[in-house]
Write a protein that binds this ligand. Structure first.
Ligand SMILES: CC(=O)SCCNC(=O)CCNC(=O)[C@H](O)C(C)(C)COP(=O)(O)OP(=O)(O)OC[C@H]1O[C@@H](n2cnc3c(N)ncnc32)[C@H](O)[C@@H]1OP(=O)(O)O
Ligand SMILES: CC(C)C(=O)C(=O)O
Length: 526
């Protein structure tokens, strides 16, 4: 379908963003005036159609913030929430009177429980209040939305009556919220279908969905309402909002886009701004986005397991139904970890600029898996450290097989090593005591290699961060005129020390041309 045909066939869903109002109702979130303006400016770039900037009557600060958002935003309607009382409507007008397209969002609860306990109004009182509020607001606002709060738990006959009153009084948009996230997608869609069937003049107004996520169905319910024929969805960035939050804008937007031929609707959103907007909202509200969150979680376009990574490398559509680029992320991530396979490992090596033979890859892959068993995430720096360590080791005479250290504040540190001689594949076992664990290790290695050296320098530092960071050890050894350096990396600093020392020994032996027949005296197995 080309874009002209798409426009002709598909209806456009109005995106009503309430991050700055319902989103701000998330416990613990309090946006400053400046922060609201910053988010609103980004929402405008994202291309939302209505920005609910706040609840002007709730505080002088919110009134000012709504006013400022309305002054700054030019390409979206700016709206304030308002109870069905004159004072709130006056505050909303005070905030919005200079706005390009002022928009009032009036609400009154309609469900039996809200009527009886919260409002203490009977059905007639609710209807007359709706009529009075809209009639009063009409003298200021041309764009009035009426929300029947807790519509989802309202008797359908009464709901139709209230909507009829609201439309006749002049509401242009009718919103039917599932305020407490109670309904299933089928029930929510059916409510809209029923209203569309029964209320006269319903086709003259825009129907809107507003869903909460108490049972994790906010997005599914919003999409079901779209299937039922509504024209607007109310949502928040990252799904933040009262209690378990609201329907997440990015999830609705990407569902509509990815399943375009199923929903047959479109939005005016600039999807490439999704990622940026999500990050901004997360930063300014302090509401962190879980890694596995759909669309905007850090893992949403990350793949760790070998089979998935192999599929991705062959054709990304094997495991991705949308592209990271479509939401403004630069690329998918193949995260190297203990579930990864050779294909992804090799690909990463190429990305890091290493041209390695199959043999080298296989060799390195073994070290990588050993490391991955100990470390949650393997960073590029870890891999570079591994390659650098391994590449120089291809002509090594000795390789560390295992290391055991015992130490304590009341005992003498003891190290035992198992070292393989590569030329004849013999394994040597040695043990030694020392002044400290490192000293004991070095002495045990000395017994295998049988070279008299002086330790000139020993340095240790961390390659990456965190408790499981790779430790990197440098040593410098001298033997007469000869000076050699060695380097070792491991999540265990003692192992890194052993590797560094043995690396230096190997270099020394290389420099000497492997002439000496060392280690013949050590205990051997085969
Ligand atoms: C589902 C939703 O998200 S609705 C929006 C919820 N958001 C907020 O409440 C945030 C902003 N709210 C506030 O700052 C305050 O609640 C205010 C300024 C609006 C009102 O504060 P107060 O006057 O101290 O009243 P309070 O909040 O304690 O109680 C609410 C009153 O409004 C009434 N009320 C509730 N909804 C409506 C409505 N849509 N229309 C008219 N009256 C309403 C309640 O029945 C109660 O009335 P009462 O005082 O006669 O018992
Ligand atoms: C004010 C209305 C739309 C609301 O936030 C709700 O019902 O959840």
């Amino acid at each position: 379908m080309n874009s002209k045909e798409r426009k002709r066939i598909m209806r456009t869903i109005t995106i009503f963003d309430t991050t700055l109002r319902d989103g701000e109702q998330s416990p613990g979130v309090n946006l400053s005036f400046r922060e609201k303006v910053e988010i609103a400016t980004q929402l405008e770039k994202l291309g939302v159609n209505v920005i609910e900037a706040g609840f002007a009557a709730s505080s002088a600060g919110d009134l000012e913030a709504v006013r400022e958002v309305a002054r700054v935003v030019k390409n979206a309607s700016v709206c304030s929430l308002s109870r069905s009382v004159k004072k709130d409507i006056d505050c909303a007008w005070e905030a919005l009177k200079d706005a390009e397209s002022p928009y009032l969002h009036l609400f009154l609860a309609t469900s039996p429980i809200h009527r009886e306990y919260k409002l203490q109004m009977d059905k007639e009182k609710v209807k007359s209040r709706v009529c009075e509020a809209i009639t009063y607001a009409k003298q200021f606002f041309s764009e009035i939305q009426f929300s029947a709060e807790d519509a989802g738990r309202t008797e359908i006959d009464f709901l139709c009556e209230v909507i009829d009153v609201a439309i006749k009084a002049g509401a242009k948009v009718i919103n039917l919220p599932d305020t407490v996230g109670y309904l299933t997608p089928c029930e929510y869609a059916e409510m809209f279908r029923e209203v569309i069937r029964r209320v006269p003049g319903i086709d003259q107004v825009r129907l809107s969905a507003h869903c909460h996520d108490d049972l994790g169905m906010a997005v599914a319910n919003s999409l079901a309402a779209i299937e039922a024929g509504i024209g607007q969805v109310e949502c928040t960035i990252n799904g933040i909002g009262e209690r378990a939050g609201n329907a997440a804008l990015e999830e609705i937007a990407m569902a509509i886009k990815t399943r375009e031929s199923f929903y047959k609707v479109r939005t005016t959103l600039n999807l490439k701004e999704i990622h940026r907007t999500s990050r901004m909202v997360s930063k300014l509200t302090g509401m962190f986005v879980p890694g596995n969150k759909a669309v905007v979680g850090t893992n949403a376009f990350a793949h760790e397991s070998g089979i998935h990574q192999d599929g991705m490398l062959k054709n990304r559509e094997t495991y991705e139904i949308m592209t990271p680029e479509s939401i403004g992320l630069s690329e998918s991530r193949l995260v190297l970890g203990k579930h990864s396979g050779r294909h992804a490992f090799k690909d990463k090596m190429v990305q890091l600029g290493y041209e390695l033979s199959e043999g080298q890859i296989n060799h390195l892959f073994v070290r990588f898996k050993e490391l991955a068993d100990r470390k949650k995430e393997i960073t590029d720096y870890d891999l570079i450290a591994l390659v650098e360590e391994k590449m120089v080791h291809s002509q090594d005479l000795f390789a560390l097989e295992s290391l055991q250290v015992t130490c304590g504040n009341k005992s003498m540190p003891t190290a035992s090593v198992q070292i393989r001689r590569m030329t004849d594949d013999k394994t040597f076992f040695e043990a030694a005591c020392g002044n400290g664990s490192v000293d004991a290790i070095f002495k045990a290695i000395d017994r295998v290699v049988q070279e008299k050296v002086v330790l000139v320098e020993y340095r240790i530092h961390s390659v990456t961060q965190g408790k499981d960071a790779l430790g990197e050890v440098y040593v410098q050894l001298s033997q007469g005129e000869l000076n050699v350096r060695g380097r070792g990396v491991s999540t265990d600093v003692l192992e890194a020390s052993a590797r560094a020392y043995l690396d230096a020994m190997n270099r020394l032996l290389r420099r000497k041309g492997h002439k000496d027949s060392t280690a013949e005296r050590a205990v051997t197995t085969s």
